[in-house]
Write a protein that binds this ligand. Structure first.
Ligand SMILES: Cc1ncc(COP(=O)(O)O)c(C=O)c1O
Length: 411
């Protein structure tokens, strides 16, 4: 075996990987059209309305509500179910802060269920975390791999709690023939730069539930029950302004035409990479949940022997961009709002036992499987602009590093 590039050997890859290019002339045309209309206000505007209709059609959903970010999309879902202060939302410890912020802003308490070998929440731990104060389960389909939605749905329905889906990393992703985001009560999507559909920043919340739809729409518009023309106003409840503009709407309309080919290509490339690295010493390919199709927002490689950091550094030296530990620590340790309860003023609200809520501590040890997974994770970029040859190079580098580091460890 040739020496590893970190030890002065020749890298597997010297050419840069292709850049992701989500936009072309079609987006330029639509944005130009929006600007020429002289009105970029999105609420009821032609672009945002068309984007919502096309997004809903992609999912076979009755309602789609566009907003400014994935965080906003999740806030719309949490604001719509309207928890009492001190109610609990069970969610995932490996996620972005945008899954957690809306829970706290609605005065609810995040409760973390540990992950299983898929990096998604373990349904058994979700069940253990249910209390009389549980209002909802917010599942996160991490990296584009579906949660075990049969189990999650069964638990949610049996305990009569809402089931919300954070699909920010899992656009148009199938689980047992159904699309993520349509299995629970509401599905929430991010349209941020790195996502399968992107408008730079943006969000979408979908549902099939008639009784939720009106509050969803009002929640993104300050609770304002608009009537035509000027005059007396009514704001029905406390809510922010998360309205999307026509600029994002214009881009989104075109992106809905591309997303199917984006996820198909990512699925092919990610599965190809897994097939090429299966059985190598000290590493595990991305797990795929039974009945699910992975859409590889990023590719999670697990390093079960040796250090993930050393493995990532060795891959980088071989010309393959790689990062160790994903978010580093469970999300509750990444956020001052939870780890040290730095929330509103000096109050620690809503984590201060207000309204009979539980006072939880967010510390090391409450999600041990999560801590181990993060210690062992190396994340790699897979995207639709890559070719099979690109993925073969990634696999060749992983093979070289896996054998090279194993040999070194054996002395
Ligand atoms: C799983 C998950 N949830 C929520 C978010 C928040 O989305 P946004 O950054 O669009 O607010 C992200 C963004 O990366 C995410 O990956």
């Amino acid at each position: 075996m040739s020496p590893l590039a970190i030890d002065g050997g020749t890298p597997v890859r010297t050419r840069p990987f292709p850049r992701r290019e989500p936009y072309d002339d079609r987006e330029v045309e639509m944005v130009t059209k929006a600007i020429r209309s002289q009105d970029l206000f999105g609420l009821g505007g032609p672009m945002v309305t068309k984007f919502e209709q096309r997004f809903a059609a992609l999912y076979g959903a009755k309602y789609a509500v566009a907003s400014t970010s994935g965080t906003a999309a999740i806030h719309i879902a949490i604001g719509t179910i309207n928890p009492e202060p001190g109610d609990e939302v069970i969610t995932a410890p490996i996620t972005d802060g945008g899954s957690i912020v809306p829970i706290l802003y609605q005065n609810a308490i995040p409760v973390f269920a540990d992950v299983d070998t898929t990096y998604n929440m373990d349904p058994q731990d979700v069940e253990r975390k249910i209390t009389p104060r549980t209002k909802a389960i917010l599942v996160v389909h991490l990296f584009g791999n579906p949660c075990n939605m049969d189990a999650m749905l069964e638990i949610a329905r049996r305990h009569k709690v809402w089931l919300l889906e954070d699909c920010c990393q899992a656009h148009l992703t199938e689980y047992k023939g159904r699309l993520l985001g349509t299995i629970g009560d509401m599905g929430c999507f991010s349209l941020q730069r790195s996502k399968h559909i992107t408008t730079g920043d943006g969000g979408m919340t979908i549902t099939n539930n008639d009784s939720l739809s009106e509050r969803m729409m009002l929640f993104r518009d300050k609770g304002w029950t608009r009537k035509p023309g000027w005059g007396a106003r009514t704001y029905a409840f406390l809510a922010p302004n998360y309205r999307m503009t026509e600029l994002q709407g214009a881009v989104g309309v075109v992106q809905t035409e591309k997303v199917r080919s984006v996820v198909t290509k990512r699925n092919e490339l990610g599965d190809l990479l897994s097939s090429l690295i299966r059985g190598l010493p000290g590493v595990q390919p991305a797990p795929v949940t039974s009945g699910g199709r992975h859409t590889y927002w990023i590719y999670p490689l697990r390093v079960t022997e040796g250090s993930a950091e050393v493995f990532a550094r060795a891959l980088c030296a071989e010309g393959i961009p790689a990062e160790a530990h994903y978010i580093g620590e469970p999300i509750f340790l990444c956020m001052e709002a939870l780890a040290n309860k730095v929330t509103f003023g000096s109050s620690q609200h809503p984590l201060d036992g207000c309204h009979g809520g539980r006072q939880l501590e967010y510390t090391h040890g409450i999600c041990p499987q999560t801590e181990q997974a993060l210690r062992e994770l190396v994340t790699l970029s897979i995207h639709e602009g890559m070719s099979r040859e690109d993925v073969e190079d990634i696999a060749a580098a992983i093979r070289k590093v896996a054998y090279g580091l194993t040999e070194k460890a054996l002395g």
